[in-house]
Write a protein that binds this ligand. Structure first.
Ligand SMILES: *[C@@H]1O[C@H](CO)[C@@H](O)[C@H](O)[C@H]1NC(C)=O
Ligand SMILES: *[C@@H]1O[C@H](CO)[C@@H](O)[C@H](O)[C@H]1NC(C)=O
Ligand SMILES: *[C@@H]1O[C@H](CO)[C@@H](O)[C@H](O)[C@H]1NC(C)=O
Ligand SMILES: *[C@@H]1O[C@H](CO)[C@@H](O)[C@H](O)[C@H]1NC(C)=O
Length: 821
């Protein structure tokens, strides 16, 4: 308990006033040590007090007593002159006493003579010489932004070395809307400040607050110290990330290469640090989609992880979550629309199984059904289906995606047996894609082609006397149809031969079309005949074609000439001709008449004198056979002459016949007869013959006229049946070709007449000729005189050349009738 005195520094007085104040104290307790009180930091040499006097020592005693301060630390000295206690060193209370509330220096004073200690206490009083100080100029304080209002944070106290009222008294804080200050007291009474949060903090709004804390002491004047307080608002993860868009929408073409960047999602978080570190991730998407898209968790970049196929899926909605370092998440959606690209070629399918079509299929017959399909959409999926190439077919659309292949022209298997069809489907994308199908359409055969003969008609020459069974001709026809439809067989369907006899004349090989002669032909009997051959295929129904085959039987020189006149009498005796004795040269005596059954050159006869009893008397017409006198009969010439005449035909080699002419020069028959009396021959056979000949001719003519008249009458009566009249002009030669000499007709037959008959009724009209009508077709009668021979006699005329009635027939053989209608 020290006495407190107010130190007044008075330079005028030798003692401070304090001393006066303390004096009674000394008086009262003399044994108490002497106490002085001085303020700290007194200058050196300042007088603390007059120690000598206070100790009761006289100034004169001082040198002897040698009063001194015995303490080691020489803070004070004693003045030897007047015994004043002087300050000899710096007196810093804070240094000497620290924070002790009272600072008392106990001094031991030593005096000699007598040796004696004196105790002196010097109280060093505090002076406000130290301001409050903070240990740091800047104090950083981190406060979470989530700190509730009212929360307090202890701040560092300032230190003021002074004590008492000079020590730190008060803290002040610079005004701030968020903070205030309160002061608290430590158990030792010292004060410390506490910062109070008075309003919510938001780092995102203001991350840092600068405050100034001031500490003020209670000195007079007061001193103060400040420190800066930087309040850093610590981030709390109080903000969720926020996407820049709730929905990201993007359209991308399909078939992007994997790894293509599509877009970048971005979320921001106003927090900082890990609280603002955002990780992106897909949410709620399937594994398949996860394969297709990759999301960079850091950058938010969305890339493709596989090929996007519009045809598989046209759009995707992806959920993306952004998560900050804490627990805040935000979601957004990405809508990805895939744009179609023309990446799929159209598909084309043949929906039917047609491989064949009949060649007679009607126009518009459906051949095949075609389906198309394109995975692409829009124009990329619009398909054009067409037929490649030029075919009698076309593709028509049935429904949107189906087509029909129909015939669009005539099909002909014989022309084209199959079509290799390519049908192409092209979409309308850019560039267009296409695909095609190929199939072969076979054209099935229909029997639509009749056989066709190689020639319009056939004409063959066959030399007569051919061996039976010889092939004489071959016809062939072609049928372009297939198989049975094109398999041709040959038949004879008609002929101008007598029907029953046909098979004995010719036959045809059904397979080969070779025509065989069934017998040896005789030109003299059958000069020509015509067959109608049919080629027939085996289709159903069968088709056929007819062709005419005309067979000409060519003549061979197989008949020798036949002498008709002169002939032997009925009894086999030779006949004679009489010549008037006065006959002039050139007188026509007689005529050798011969015929040859052959025709043409083979029947071109020439007459030659082989022997003459009087050569040079008679001349013989080479071609005419006329015997004329070459000169007048001389006296020496015999009355009876004999001429041997050879008749030769023109064949190679020629065939010949001979005739003997007996000529008698006489003026009358009676004159001639005696010459012939030695001959057993009956009288005048020549005249008989001539008579019969004339009679026969007349008879025939009359009968003929009768018949014609009858026929006309009949036909007039049967007016309902139309009648055509055919006129026939008999010719004297069978052929009038250039090879026939002009005088041929003249020499062979001097008769000429017109024969007219109704062609339809000729069958009956010619009955009078004793010809069996059922075996002679009318045309044979009219056109083919050769059949007459056969009709009148079943014998071979060549073998009965001497028969008298046949001479008449042979006479007609050289007649040729041409149809003149
Ligand atoms: C504090 O500030 C004062 C005055 O600006 C300066 O002299 C002193 O060095 C500073 N102390 C520290 C620890 O920075
Ligand atoms: C059709 O194709 C087949 C097989 O490739 C071939 O043998 C035939 O000759 C072709 N036909 C036509 C008419 O091109
Ligand atoms: C169809 O034929 C055409 C031409 O002959 C050919 O280019 C194409 O590749 C074929 N298509 C198919 C599917 O065989
Ligand atoms: C062929 O001739 C026969 C008989 O004359 C006849 O019946 C048939 O119709 C003819 N066929 C043709 C195709 O002319």
């Amino acid at each position: 308990m020290g006495t407190r005195g107010k130190f007044v520094r008075d330079r005028t007085g030798r003692r401070p006033a304090l001393f006066l104040f303390l004096l009674p104290l000394f008086c009262r307790v003399l044994s108490d040590p002497i106490r002085y009180a001085i303020p700290e930091e007194l200058a050196r040499g300042s007088i603390v007090g007059n120690l000598a006097k206070d100790l009761g020592l006289g100034v004169q005693d001082l040198p002897t007593r040698n009063l001194r301060v015995s303490t080691e630390k020489k803070l004070f000295t004693v003045s030897a002159e007047n015994g004043d206690l002087l300050v000899s060193d710096r007196l810093d209370r804070e240094q000497i006493c620290g924070k002790k509330p009272t600072c008392v220096l106990e001094l031991e004073m030593a005096a000699e003579k007598p040796l004696k200690f004196f105790h002196v206490s010097v109280v060093i009083q505090d002076v406000n010489d130290n301001p409050p100080t903070f240990s740091a100029n800047v104090t950083e304080l981190e406060i979470s932004e989530l700190t509730l209002t009212g929360a307090t944070f202890a701040l560092e106290s300032a230190e003021d070395l002074d004590v008492g009222v000079n020590s730190l008294q008060q803290y002040y804080l610079s005004p701030d809307p968020h903070f205030s200050l309160i002061q608290k007291e430590n158990p030792d009474g010292s004060r410390y400040p506490e910062l109070v949060v008075k309003a919510p903090l938001d780092r995102e709004e203001q991350c840092c607050h600068h405050l100034i804390l001031t500490a003020v002491d209670g000195g007079e004047p007061a001193r103060s110290g400040t420190t800066q307080i930087r309040v850093v608002v610590a981030d709390a993860n109080d903000n969720p990330p926020v996407f820049t868009q709730d929905l990201y929408r993007i359209s991308v073409p399909e078939n992007l290469p994997a790894g293509s960047s599509l877009l970048k999602v971005m979320a921001t978080d106003p927090d900082e640090g890990v609280n603002a570190e955002i990780a992106y991730a897909f949410i709620n998407i399937g594994e398949a989609v996860r394969q297709l898209f990759k999301l960079d968790s850091k950058t938010g970049e969305l890339t493709t992880g596989g090929a996007l196929d519009f045809e598989k899926r046209e759009s995707y909605t992806l959920g993306v979550e952004a998560k900050d370092g804490g627990h805040h998440t935000t979601r957004c959606k990405i809508q990805i629309d895939i744009l179609d690209e023309n990446d799929n070629a159209p598909e084309i399918i043949l929906a039917s199984d047609t491989k064949h079509i009949q060649e007679d299929a009607e126009l518009g017959t459906v051949v095949a059904l075609i389906k198309t399909h394109d995975l692409d959409s829009g124009v990329n999926g619009e398909i054009l289906c067409q037929l490649k190439g030029n075919f009698p077919l076309k593709v028509i659309q049935d429904t949107k995606n189906t087509y029909k292949l129909v015939t669009d022209g005539t099909l002909d298997r014989e022309q084209t047996t199959e079509y290799n069809i390519t049908i192409m489907a092209t979409d309308k994308g850019k560039p267009a894609l296409s695909s095609s199908i190929n199939f072969t359409l076979h054209i099935a055969d229909v029997n639509d082609n009749a056989p066709v003969f190689h020639k319009a008609s056939y004409l063959v020459h066959v030399a007569e006397n051919n061996p039976p069974g010889a092939s004489i001709a071959q016809v062939s026809a072609l049928d372009p149809d297939l198989g049975q439809n094109g398999h041709v067989s040959y038949f004879i369907v008609a002929s101008d031969l007598e029907p029953r006899a046909l098979s004995s004349y010719v036959s045809v090989s059904e397979q080969s079309g070779v025509v065989f002669a069934q017998r040896a032909f005789d030109h003299e009997q059958l000069r020509a005949f015509e067959l109608t051959l049919q080629a027939r295929d085996q289709g159903s129904p069968a088709l056929s074609a007819n062709v005419s085959l005309r067979v000409l039987v060519d003549d061979l020189n197989d008949n020798a000439p036949k002498v008709l006149y002169p002939a032997l009498g009925p009894d086999g005796s030779a006949l004679f001709d009489t010549v008037p004795r006065a006959a002039q040269p050139g007188y026509l005596v007689t005529k050798v008449v011969a015929v040859d059954a052959d025709s043409g050159h083979h029947a071109w006869l020439s007459y030659h004198v082989l022997q003459a009893s009087e050569p040079g008397l008679f001349s013989l017409g080479l071609r005419t056979g006329e015997v004329r006198t070459a000169r007048a009969l001389g006296d020496r010439d015999a009355a009876r002459q004999r001429l041997l005449v050879a008749v030769r035909d023109g064949g190679q080699p020629p065939l010949s016949a001979t005739a003997t002419l007996l000529l008698v020069f006489a003026d009358s028959l009676q004159e001639a007869l005696p010459d012939l009396s030695d001959h057993p021959a009956p009288s005048d056979p020549q005249a008989d013959l001539q008579f019969y000949l004339a009679l026969a001719l007349t008879l025939i003519s009359v009968l003929f006229l009768l018949a014609v008249t009858l026929a006309i009458a009949l036909h007039l009566r049967r007016s309902s049946s139309p009648t055509t009249w055919a006129c026939f002009q008999p010719r004297l030669s069978s052929k009038s070709g250039p090879g026939i000499p002009p005088n041929y007709s003249e020499g062979t037959l001097p008769y000429s007449y017109n024969l007219c008959a109704a062609s339809h009724s000729s069958k009956t009209e010619f009955k009078f000729l004793n010809i069996k009508p059922e075996i002679i077709p009318p045309q044979d009668l009219l056109c083919d005189e050769a059949s007459w021979v056969e009709s009148t006699s079943n014998d071979n005329p060549k073998t009965t050349s001497n028969s008298g009635n046949l001479q008449q027939v042979s006479f007609f053989k050289t007649l040729s009738f041409d149809k003149c209608n």
